[in-house]
Structure formats: structure tokens, C-alpha cells
Ligand binder design. Sequence first.
Ligand SMILES: CC(=O)SCCNC(=O)CCNC(=O)[C@H](O)C(C)(C)COP(=O)(O)OP(=O)(O)OC[C@H]1O[C@@H](n2cnc3c(N)ncnc32)[C@H](O)[C@@H]1OP(=O)(O)O
Ligand SMILES: CC(=O)C(=O)O
Length: 530
Amino acid sequence: MANKIAIFDSTLRDGAQAEGISFSVEDKLKIVKTLDEFGVAYIEAGNPGSNPKDLEFFERVKKLNLSNAKIAAFGSTRRRGISVEEDSNVKSLLSADTPVVVIFGKSWDFHVTDIIKTSLEENLEMIKDTLRFFKEKGKEVIFDAEHFFDGYKANPEYAMAALSAAVEGGADCIVLCETNGGAFPNEVYEITKKVVEAFEVPVGIHPHNDGGMAVANAIMAVEAGAIQVQGTFIGFGERCGNVNLSTVIGNLQLKKNFDCIPKEQMCTLTQTARRIAEIANVSLSDRMPYVGKSAFAHKGGMHIDGVSKASHSFEHINPELVGNERRFLMSEVAGRSTILSKIQKVNPNVTKDSPETKEIIDRLKELEHLGYQFEGAESTFELIIRKQLGKYRPFFELDHFKIIGEHPAGNEDFSSSAMIKVNVDGQVEITAAEGDGPVNALDKALRKALEVFYPALKEVHLTDYKVRVLDTKEATAAKVRVLIESTDGEDIWTTVGVSTDIIEASWIALVDSIEYKLIKDIEKKFKPYL
Ligand SMILES: CC(=O)SCCNC(=O)CCNC(=O)[C@H](O)C(C)(C)COP(=O)(O)OP(=O)(O)OC[C@H]1O[C@@H](n2cnc3c(N)ncnc32)[C@H](O)[C@@H]1OP(=O)(O)O
Ligand SMILES: CC(=O)C(=O)O
């Protein structure tokens, strides 16, 4: 069995057929560079016969100096009833001037007679002479046999005849497309094996995910002898998507010992997936195998205890192998092992059996019951630990604040204003600020007042503000949870507040954000704080 698998990425072609995806030429060029650096063998970059954007892209991509990937252009066999030379799609494909051309053609008899409406014989001629045309032009030619598995199940002789026509036309690789995405792994294995045994040219697989089987189908085709896997890096594509290559690469390279990409690139798998998601403007599912944010996030107390003792107790691989990271999540299902490292950051002498550890975990569970969630708000949790361990003193006292909202806004930029009075070590400061909402106004007024005493707060600004209604049955009397993300240009931290009043919940999270920043700065300079 071959040990080398050619990874063929179609994010820019089949991926662009996904609902909600549209790439600019610049996006496409960035994705090409990302995939090339990562080390895929082929990048199917578009349909030159489809739109002017793809034509412009193919002009510009020629100027990139790629190290690993070959660029492929994609298009169909010639249309029925005309010669290859007359076919406008063929002409566009040629003008794309790529080293590799992928021609898709029909291998299911029903599609030939009922969709492209031609004779079974003519379809074979269309395949053969389109491929021969591109071979004569010196191209590497890949034949994508559309609906191969459904076609084989309906009429195996005809499906095999379509492949034979491609081989006669000079195909360098015949790719079996699981176009409708409904086949099962055992079918894919058996049919692929028959093809591998019948032909000498290399065989590839192109699975879709309509039945949730795409990764399994790709792996089974490889087990049966396929040496090329076509998919999209993070799985998006027509309907439910194409096979997710980041999962396929993880499985084949780390579990089955196939060479898919250069070994040293494996630790950039996560970074590559996240970069592609960012360029495509989609959010990568947290639960995506290998590369998702939660792929190595442990929440159950017993799991965290197990992983702390031996990482493979609840991890299928070491996350570092794919550039991901292990995370322990704070929650009501945590145990003492979960929080110990956080506690020891504040006081290294506390152990798993210290009474303080139990007190802190009880407080955590009590607060989660009230609606707090610390998974995404570890800075507030650190402040709770400090309070429980007596390693905390307030940086200011609030006398009062007042917020005025205007509707309709008198001023185009600001719809609210806030006045605040605070006391720092007996010194009183009163300030006011305007904002484009009550929380924004309150945040500005608070920081303006405190900057007098703590100038480092000038560097801080909020980068995210999320509100979640916790008890929807209670309508406007429901509790809300506010999550605030802050940055000082160096670090990012998140804090949380819960109340039935959105201003109160925001205030709690704002105060935590400021106190966390001030403690962080003190610890950096004079370690430890208190
Ligand atoms: C499984 C896959 O993913 S295959 C790729 C699918 N991708 C796309 O369709 C995206 C790019 N497509 C496009 O931009 C357009 O469909 C174009 C420019 C290629 C063609 O547009 P149009 O000429 O307006 O045709 P339209 O899309 O309406 O219909 C498809 C035509 O292609 C023909 N066709 C479809 N597959 C094949 C094939 N393998 N070989 C030859 N002709 C084919 C159909 O018979 C139909 O022609 P007809 O109307 O004469 O019967
Ligand atoms: C060619 C292709 O994209 C498919 O058959 O799914």
C-alpha cells in the first residue's frame, strides 16, 4: 500500500459552492499561500469558465512563487454535440494556464440520459476527447468521476466504462466522487478496491458529507488503495460540505502513518485551519476534531483529574502535535484538580486537600448556580480565589453613579451620559462621561475617575461585550449574564457579572476588569500582590 497521500484542497472551488461563502480575489490568494505553506499537494482554485473573478485570480496566482502545491483549474467535459475546440468552458480552462486541469464527467448512466441528456456512447467520447485535448496541451489531468458510487451501484459496467474512457484519454489520476454524500464506508471500501484492482493509474477519492460519513469514507478509500484525497480544509462545500481535510490529515498522518504533508508542518494544522476560517469569514466550530477550540478542553472534574495524572487518560493525541492546546474549564462539574493550578497561581502553598480548595470549589458551584459561568471568565474566577484566600483589597470605593439615557438621542454620537463619584484612600473624585449606550458611558466615566489614581488604566479598552438572558420565562425580570473582554494592548482578559439588572451585571464585570488589570500590573512589577 502506498504510504504517500496527495492532499488535494478544493476550498476555493467546491468550498466556494457552500452557502454563505464568497471569496474575493485577495482572499483566494491568501488561502493559496496558507495552503501552500502548510504543504498540500494540489490546490483546486476555481472554475475559469464560471466567472471573471476566477479568470482574474488565475492571472494573478501565476505570479506567486509556491513551494509545495500545484494549482489546478476545474471544469466539465465538453458539451454534447460540439468539438472540444469549440467548447467555451474548455477554452477558459486552457486560458487559466495552470499546470493541472481537473475535468469532471458523468459516470452514472441516469445522469447521462436524464441530466446532460445525451447518449451513453457520446458521454464516453466527451470524457475521452476532453482529456486527450488537455493531455496534448501538456497538462497533468485529473478526472473527477462525478457520482461514481451511485453510478456503480446502478450500472457498474457503465461506471467502469467512464473510467476507462478517462484512462484512454490519458488521465493521470481517476478520482471517485461520492457526489451526493450518502454512501457508507463499507460500500466505499469495496467499490474503491475494485477500481484500484482494475486500473493501473492512481485512484483518488472525493467524498461529500451529507450522511456524516465523509471522513470515514475517505479513510476507507485510502485503506482500499486510493492515493489522493480531495476535500476542503475545514469541510465547507456544497450542501453539508466536503470531507474535512484537517480531520483526514490528522487521522491519516498521526494514526495510520501515511505521509500527507511534511512532518514538520503537522504542528501548524490548527493555525492553518483557523487562518482559513478567518479569511473565509466563518467561525470554526469549537468541536471540530483536532483543530477546534474545545478539541482538548476538559470540563468534567474526573477527566481533569485523569488528564493531570496522565494526559492520554482522556486525550486521543497530545494537542501539541497539531498545534492545539489543552484547556481545563472552570464549572459546576469541576473537581479540586481543575482549580488547583489556578489557586496555586495565587498561593503556591495550597494543596488539593487544603480546606481553602474545598471552600473555593464550593463558592464556584454556588456562583454557577446563581448564573455565573467561569469557563470564559477566568479573570473573575481569579479574583474570587483572591477574595477567598484573603489576597485581595479593593482599589476604590463607589459612592454612587447616575446614568441618563436620551431617546431619541440629542447628540448623534452619544445617547447616554454617566456621572460617578469614587473614593480612593480618602480622596474623592467625581467625573462624567458620554457614551453610545449606558454601559459605554459608565465604563468611560469610571475609567476617567480612576485614571487620576491609576494612569495605567488609560491603556485599557473593552473589546467585546456579551449579554445572555438566563431565565427567559421571567421576561424583563430575568437574570442577565454580562461577559466583558478587555485588553491593554498586551493581554486580553474576560470578566463576568450576573444580576437581574443589566447595568448592575455590567458594573460587576467592569469593576472586575479594572481590578484584574491593576493586580496584573502590580504582580508584573513587584510580585506578589499582597
Ligand atoms: C459536482 C460538482 O460540484 S460539479 C461542479 C458544479 N459547479 C458549478 O456548477 C459552479 C460553476 N458553474 C457555473 O458557473 C455555470 O454552471 C457554468 C458557467 C459552468 C455553466 O453555466 P450555463 O452554461 O448557464 O449552464 P447551467 O449551469 O444552467 O447548466 C449546466 C449545463 O452544463 C451541462 N453539463 C453538466 N455537467 C456536464 C458534464 N459533466 N459534461 C458536459 N456538460 C455538462 C448540462 O447539461 C447543462 O447544459 P444544458 O443546459 O445544455 O443541458
Ligand atoms: C466533482 C465534484 O465536486 C463532485 O462530484 O462532488
